[in-house]
Write a protein of this length. Structure first.
Lengths: 364, 371
């Protein structure tokens, strides 16, 4: 064997060891919670799969979907919950109130469930202006009307000044699973096409700019919107060929793709040039040194569709208001399983892995 | 984005790749070092290495500012950050760099007030907004970022902001390059020169590489076409038996550098007699500290720091990786004990680090087809 071949062999063996380590269930070994655990990358995955899922082990939870399945006397329901701690409370394109409704109904929608009702829990900080509170309550009411759900239960708590950033909002949603839905994160088949419902990275970028930590002005609005119309259109056009849908929130599209490549033990190939990104988002992300594929969305889903239904699925998506820029961005492959690869617009290839912690801007 | 997209044209990239193929001697193996972490990042991000012939190998150099910070300096930073009156500020990349006991992000979870900033001026603003607190900026980086630290210190002085100080870890690019070139286990054919550093220092400081060591240097921009063109320029020098400093990045880098920036640096900083580099050991006159005129803004004088040298973990081979002696995956702990989420060595922390870049982007055998 030549030297080059021997080295190639050793590299291959080491890569295999890494893959074996990666495919094991992560263990939660950290001494304390750090901000990384909330960033949606590997640390979050460790917290969920290493601590929470084993403690509550059951079939509905172990599926690690956006919503859990519950059956009541033959009626198939989906249940989900989410909390919202965004700062600032208002940002271009939306506010914490919009997110609190849309985030939860979207988790139901991508699980193939028509959202029915929400509960609402408000944690308010002593000193919060009544004007601000009223504005958010109105935003919640308006978003609920737009999403076609009612707020049927609620709770309020007030904490001392300094113990919440103005307000935190928690919502729980219940939905009716659609009989057309045959969705599973483990259901991806090589050849499936990958669709996104719109341009990626707008929400997270809008928030970063709205925090005013960068002296950067750009006309970027959050994409917060309810996704049931998009999910409904895909269920109709995709039929049994619709394998899975995911709401690309924290961690962005890249995180969704990694989770599903792992769950289905398939490879995913993404054509970077095909991913829609608004020019202002691309520009801001470039300057901040972050990849829009890892940036949070609040009204953009990723769908995996059998090849023969991909065209119809894309057409149906584009007919939904707000999803006109939906696009096919890649394909499911067999090798190497569990990994996401990007064909760069420049003609090279690279791995697109989960982030370790915060998507941190580079410094030089 | 105009003036950026033009340098990412895939069609032109293929043309350049063809010219590179024509310029190489098929019987020769070429090892080129990209000095700057920004280049390492670009090479992986765009998959540039895939466009090069097999006998042209890119070796990642020591130019990632986070990767060269030794553990003892992180410990010093954490010790300062634990003072109750302190708001400790640093760039995001520093947060997860392991010290001997913990990283800054872990110290933050324990209660230290540590905040991520995007510029030293943000730290100065924090100082003005919190007059009852001491704001400390943990400055890192090569000559690229040193001028902005210097300007911030000048402004702090001019505005009389007394609750602001700086832990200076700024380093300079030439001494580690010389140390690398003097290292007996290194075999390199040429250098892709650091474009950002050169905007400040110019091309002149790199003249010693061809003059004393007979190796070509091409100062390069950071877009994929820049990197490919620089590789081609180095290969042409080698083919024609030349070795000189050439400037591919003329749209940004003047030969003389940025004289005003150099002047501000000279005013605010002075050379340390020696400084420890992660994995490379002590290198004389390779780092900056605050000059006597700015000593009162030096956090190392204002606060007690342990100042203890902490040996690199035994298993960690960051040094060999930084010298280009081994590839990241050849390190004993790569990918198993040392991963981006639990890094042992600094090369695994910053996205510009050679190990993190390989782990995140390059980690699949090239010959294994995507099917």
């Amino acid at each position: 064997m030549s030297d080059a071949a021997a080295i190639g062999d050793r590299e291959q063996r080491i890569l295999e060891i890494i893959e074996t380590t990666r495919s094991k269930r992560p263990r939660f070994k950290d001494e304390r919670v750090t901000m990384s655990h909330g960033a949606g990358g590997k640390a979050t995955q460790t917290l969920i799969e290493g601590l929470l899922a084993p403690a509550f082990a059951n079939d509905a939870l172990d599926a690690l979907g956006d919503a859990g399945a519950v059956e009541v006397d033959g009626v198939e329901l989906a249940l989900t919950t989410d909390s919202f701690v965004v700062r600032p409370l208002r940002f271009p394109g939306g506010s914490i109130g919009d997110l609190a409704v849309n985030g939860t109904v979207n988790d139901l929608a991508v699980a193939g469930a028509r959202p029915l009702a929400l509960s609402l829990s408000l944690i308010l900080e002593e000193g919060l202006g009544a004007e601000q509170l009223r504005a958010e309550v109105e935003a919640i009411a308006a978003a609920a009307r737009a999403a076609g759900v009612e707020i049927v239960a609620g709770d309020t708590k007030v904490v001392e000044r300094g113990h919440a950033d103005g307000m935190y909002v928690c919502t729980t949603g219940i939905g009716r699973r659609d009989p057309r839905a045959r969705l599973s994160p483990a259901g991806l088949v090589p050849g499936d096409r990958i669709l996104v419902s719109g341009p990626v990275g707008a929400h997270g970028t809008a928030i970063m700019l709205a925090r005013g930590e960068f002296e950067l002005d750009a006309d970027i609005e959050s994409d917060t919107r309810p996704l049931w119309p998009a999910a409904d259109a895909l269920l109709e056009a995709g039929g049994e060929g619709l394998r899975c849908m995911r709401d690309a929130t924290r961690g962005g599209v890249a995180t969704v793709l990694n989770e599903l490549a792992r769950a289905s033990q398939v490879a995913i190939s993404v054509a970077e040039a095909a991913v829609p990104v608004e020019p202002a988002v691309a520009g801001a992300a470039e300057m901040l040194g972050i990849d829009p594929m890892y940036v949070a969305n609040e009204g953009t889903l990723v769908a995996f569709v059998a090849p023969e239904r991909a065209e119809a699925g894309l057409a149906a998506l584009r007919a939904v208001p707000g999803c006109e820029e939906a696009a096919e961005i890649g394909e499911v492959k067999t090798e190497p399983p569990g990994m996401v690869l990007v064909e760069t617009a420049f003609g090279g290839r690279r791995v697109m892995d989960l982030l370790a912690g915060d998507p941190l801007p580079r410094i030089c | 984005m105009r003036f950026v997209e033009e340098f990412r044209d895939a069609e032109l990239g293929r043309v350049l790749a063809g010219e590179i193929l024509a310029a190489v001697d098929p019987d020769r193996h070429y090892k080129l070092m990209e000095v700057c972490g920004g280049h390492t990042h670009a090479i992986y991000k765009y998959g540039i290495d895939e466009l090069l012939p097999e006998n042209v190998e890119l070796v990642h150099g020591p130019g990632c500012p986070v990767c060269v910070i030794p553990m003892g300096r992180v410990d010093d930073g954490i010790a300062v950050a634990r003072n109750e009156e302190v708001i400790f500020t640093c760039f995001g990349d520093m947060m997860r760099v392991p010290g001997s006991e913990q990283s800054l992000i872990e110290a933050k979870a324990e209660g230290a007030d540590i905040r991520m900033v995007y510029s030293p001026l943000d730290a100065l603003r924090l100082a003005k907004a919190n007059p009852d607190r001491e704001v400390v900026f943990f400055a890192i980086g090569f000559e690229t970022t040193a001028p902005s630290t210097a300007l911030t210190l000048k402004r702090a002085r001019a505005e009389g902001v007394e609750n602001f100080s700086c832990i200076c870890n700024h380093v300079t690019i030439v001494p580690p390059l010389r140390a690398l070139l003097d290292s007996p286990d290194l075999r390199l054919d040429g250098f892709i020169g650091p474009g950002h550093v050169s905007t400040v220092v110019g091309a002149r400081p790199f003249e010693f590489i061809p003059a004393d060591y007979g190796k070509p240097v091409v100062i390069s921009g950071f877009e994929p076409l820049d990197v490919l063109q620089s590789v081609l320029m180095i290969l042409r020098q080698l083919g024609e038996g030349r070795s000189e400093v050439e400037n591919q990045y003329t749209r940004v880098v003047p030969y003389e550098g940025n004289l005003r920036a150099l002047q501000v640096m000279a005013e605010v900083f002075e050379l340390r007699p020696h400084f420890e580099w992660r994995g490379l050991g002590f290198i004389s006159q390779s780092a900056l500290k605050l000059s006597e005129a700015y000593a009162d803004l030096d956090a190392e004088r204002r606060f007690q720091t342990p100042g203890v040298r902490v040996a690199d973990p035994k298993a960690c081979q960051c040094g060999e990786v930084l010298k280009g002696v081994i590839k990241p995956w050849e390190c004993k702990v790569f990918g198993t004990a040392c991963t981006p989420e639990h890094a042992i060595g600094t090369c695994m922390v910053s996205p510009e680090g050679a190990c993190a870049a390989y782990y995140n982007y390059g980690r699949f055998a090239r010959e294994r087809e995507v099917a």
